[in-house]
Design a binder for this molecule. Sequence first.
Ligand code: SIN
Length: 358
Amino acid sequence: MYLKPMRHLFALFLCLSALTAQAQTPNAKLPKVVILATGGTIAGTGATSTTTVGYTAATVGVDALIKAVPELQKVARVSGEQVFQIASENMGNEQWLVLAKRVNTLLAQPDVDGIVITHGTDTLEETAYFLDLVVKSRKPVVVVGSMRPSTAMSADGPINLYNAVITAGSQDAVGKGVLVVMNDQINAARDVTKTNTVTTDTFKATELGMLGYVVGGQPHFYRASTRKHTFDTEFDVSKLDALPPVEIAYTYANVGPTAVNALVAAGAKGLVHAGVGDGSLPAKVRPALSAARGKGVIIVRSSRVGQGIVARNGEANDDQLDFVVSDTLNPQKARILLMLALTRTTSTREIQRMFYTY
Ligand code: SIN
């Protein structure tokens, strides 16, 4: 007599257990995205909700970052690793090599679909470009930061992280190179730069243009970078534990040769000259650069302007001086390509080819 209600109760119990299990088990159909945390403002905390300057970067751990955005669980199977916990002004060659090797190891795993790297915004474009040249995979790698600390009113970190994870898990982002996703916009690592010291719309590829948007929970791509990247480069950092020393000498009105000479004396194997205008060389600097080249240092003429091509044999006779031009790379990105180029060759002809390829 009591058997029928008992059976109903048991069926209800089974149903509820299945539903609970479903709610707890990550959906195996969702892409698997690994978040590698390195610090920065996205992991920063301030004294009050209105503290948007004068806060402390790199204090919140990766687990807390993930927990703060429960919506991530609906768009990907996310896991996190704390690779570093630093403000990005302290990012350098050593950290890049560690990060690149970890990214390559993870992406070689068949079950990993994409990577998100949380990063301070100050050198974010440099890390993104370095990875763009050395990651050996078509799988998406997205670098993300925020301009406001996690404790701020209208913090931009959570939505940026959410959009980055969506992009890293998307088939549409496969083969597009390393991407920077912030402020609902997708930019290519090569072309993006930080354009404003504090505003949330700071990352732009000002003239070459962004690749697309993340809107309505999905990336929308409208263009792609034409320069070779990731799986299609000749650079291999798997066996490297250091990069050749390459420095930047900045030019301004009244500049003399002191910085160039000091950098060469300190052992630079390459120098990027952040010239004025179209990479112009002041009369007081040109002989120092030429002498450096005579000692075997590779000189790349770039420009402090930040947009436009530095034309070969334009403002200087590069053929005669045996210099290389940076094309559209800004000085900080030219430094990265020159370091990697020097791991392969010291031929200026070959290095110039690389600057027109990547
Ligand atoms: C940093 O680059 O680590 C601090 C600044 C920021 O993330 O916006």
